[in-house]
Design a protein around this ligand. Structure first.
Ligand SMILES: NC(=O)c1ccc[n+]([C@@H]2O[C@H](COP(=O)([O-])OP(=O)(O)OC[C@H]3O[C@@H](n4cnc5c(N)ncnc54)[C@H](O)[C@@H]3O)[C@@H](O)[C@H]2O)c1
Length: 414
């Protein structure tokens, strides 16, 4: 098995990939790139055989087969397109595209390059979500009619500020609907359905952000109509009360993971049927600890409940086989675009909006010039506010507290 040489852009979250790109998944880390030199050098010192770059164009010239993009949340698409054009396979952190136009451009770039593109969504690959996909595929609960996905991950003020260094850092501006893929991707993976229509609702709570530099709302609910007619409810993002949880109803039963304290609840899977609907040999209600389908030892060592192992594993396998992975550009761009359109909908308190079929040039073409977004770097006429309350400003205390924390981190920017 020839080792795949990989470079990583962004050494915050990128460090999880740096740790996981090993011969266990047939990969080797050869280069890292970050403009934050202090951070880059600290990570580089731990990996003396790996080349370090502060310039992405120079980094792309390094002898490598693939790049992993863990740079700013809303800036992945231009970097992915450059890498594809340079002949590299790409695995990108969420979100794939910061605007609808970028989504269209990215799909076209992948098609033209013939390279592998994968969204590095790790939540579908937790043990219980892989098990729910397996059960779903047996047909035991029938075709999905309704599903719920929740990724609501609050943290203490200090920790939230520490991961958002800079007044214009993406975490301080990101609208509440944009980070929807941790909640939505597992449901799409379990049921193999695609979103076609979106309603978004945002929940503002400025007092929660008073000691931070955040301008955006902490919570949202997105309602997605799926391509088989099912309805999915997606909930997040940092409202008080942690929840990472999934439930799927089908035409003859349902399944969910156990609600309980802990990051992933109790991690158990529950499958149930109504008593009048039981087939011979089926149980009315069963609750059990799921098993990994394979590679248990490697998955148990990896972050995010093992999910971080599986993204590398599937990316590596896709490159070797030449076949696009399940989390391909079309699914990645569709779920990223759910967050964008849900924000447009939320600003009108829930107007329904159609999502294009990104596999179809005629359908996606309507969005090729749609550069609408909330990011301050794209400031211009029609720019979207980051909150349903409008263009809110951080409080003086929040800014002072944030600057102190950023200073302690060695952050030198604004
Ligand atoms: N899947 C998960 O579980 C998970 C967890 C955390 C973060 N993420 C995702 O990973 C991505 C990064 O998150 P993060 O928390 O590390 O964010 P971050 O903002 O802390 O880190 C991004 C890094 O990229 C660097 N960078 C940005 N632009 C650059 C450029 N042009 N050239 C070189 N370096 C550049 C920044 O200096 C920074 O160090 C985001 O998309 C986030 O959503 C995913």
């Amino acid at each position: 098995m020839e080792i795949i040489k990989v470079g990583v852009l962004g050494v915050g979250r990128g460090q999880s990939f740096i740790a996981g790109l090993t011969p266990d998944v047939g990969m080797e880390l050869v280069a890292i790139c970050d403009t934050w030199e202090e951070r880059l050098n600290t990570v580089g010192e731990k990996h003396p055989s790996v080349s370090t770059y502060t310039d992405y164009d120079e980094f792309l010239k390094h002898d490598m087969d693939a790049v992993v993009l863990a740079n700013f949340f809303h800036e992945h698409a231009p970097f992915a397109i450059k890498a594809l054009k340079a002949g590299k396979h790409v695995m990108s952190e969420t979100s794939c595209n910061g605007t609808m136009a970028e989504g269209v451009e990215l799909c076209r770039a992948v098609e033209e390059s013939g390279k592998i593109y994968m969204l590095a969504e790790n939540y579908p690959y937790s043990k219980f979500n892989q098990e729910m996909r397996r059960v779903y595929q047996t047909g035991e609960i029938g075709e999905v009619t309704y599903a719920e996905g929740e990724y609501n991950d609050p943290m203490p003020v200090h920790d939230r500020v520490a991961i958002s260094a800079g007044i214009n850092h993406w975490r301080n501006w990101i609208p509440s609907t944009y980070y929807c893929t941790h909640a939505l991707a597992p449901l799409m993976y379990i049921t193999d359905t695609m979103p076609v229509k979106i309603n978004g609702f945002s929940i503002a709570m400025p007092e929660n952000e008073a000691m931070t530099a955040r301008r955006s709302d902490p919570g949202s609910v997105i309602v997605c109509r799926m391509d088989n007619g099912a309805v999915f409810r997606i909930f997040g993002l940092v409202l008080p009360g942690h929840s990472n949880w999934y439930r799927v109803h089908g035409k003859r039963g349902a399944m969910e993971i156990g609600r309980a304290p802990g990051y992933f609840g109790d991690g158990k899977v529950r499958v149930w049927h109504d008593p009048w609907d039981l087939k011979e040999g089926e149980e009315e209600n069963r609750v059990y600890d799921p098993e990994w389908p394979e590679n248990a030892e490697l998955a148990n060592k990896a972050g995010h409940g093992g999910g971080d192992f599986w993204t590398n594993f599937h990316f590596s396998n896709a490159i070797r086989s030449g076949e696009q992975p399940f989390l391909d550009v079309y699914r990645g761009v569709a779920m990223s675009s759910v967050g964008i359109l849900a924000w447009r909908s939320a600003l009108e308190d829930g107007t329904p909006l159609d999502l294009p079929d990104f596999r179809d040039e005629a359908s996606r073409k309507a969005f090729e010039d749609d550069h609408w977004g909330p990011w301050p770097t794209d400031d211009g006429p029609g720019e979207a506010p980051p909150s349903i309350l409008g263009f809110t400003e951080p409080t003086e205390e929040g800014l002072a507290n944030s600057r102190k924390i950023w200073d302690d981190l060695g952050y030198k920017g604004e």
